[in-house]
Design a protein around this ligand. Structure first.
Ligand code: HEC
Length: 128
């Protein structure tokens, strides 16, 4: 597929910023994870059942580490929990994103991650 690079896309890449989420938010995300995700993805994020893919380590880095927060958030909102996709609130998906990022070595900040799509596009998961 040919990427459509307009001024918007170029701009978004130029000001890619690190993801922001708070520690409290990651903890809220952890509660939601235990409730809605753990059966399939496991207590350690890579020891799940029912085919749930690993959500940490190299596997996570390869799938999500070169994209933006939007890729991860949109995937989860569209596809997870696999038995009832899209059933959670946008805020809960944001909290779950915060939880997964914190478990993958991204550092909490002072600002919560919101469900805002433009914000997600700007936040890059690339590491230095
Ligand atoms: C009923 C089982 C089930 C539940 C519940 C579930 N998942 Fe999944 N999840 C899966 C399966 C199976 C895959 C692999 C899907 C595929 O490869 O198409 C997956 C894949 C994923 C992936 C992509 C992993 C990757 O890198 O390819 C993410 C992220 C994810 N799930 C997050 C969540 C979150 C967050 C929740 C809770 C809201 C959740 N899942 C609940 C079964 C589940």
């Amino acid at each position: 597929m040919v990427a459509l690079i307009g001024p918007g896309a170029a701009g978004a890449m130029a000001d890619g910023v690190p993801p922001s989420f708070t520690q409290d938010q990651a903890e809220r995300g952890q509660s939601a994870y235990r409730r809605y995700c753990q059966n399939c993805h496991g207590s350690r994020l890579d020891n799940g059942e029912f085919g749930g893919a690993p959500l940490n380590g190299q596997y996570f880095a390869q799938h999500w580490g070169t994209g933006s927060v939007a890729g991860l958030y949109d995937y989860m909102r569209a596809r997870m929990p696999a038995d009832r996709p899209g059933r959670l609130s946008p805020q809960t998906y944001a909290d779950l994103t915060a939880f997964l990022l914190s478990r993958n070595g991204y550092k909490p900040t002072e600002t919560e991650l919101t469900p805002d799509a433009d914000e997600h596009q700007r936040m890059s998961l690339r590491r230095e």
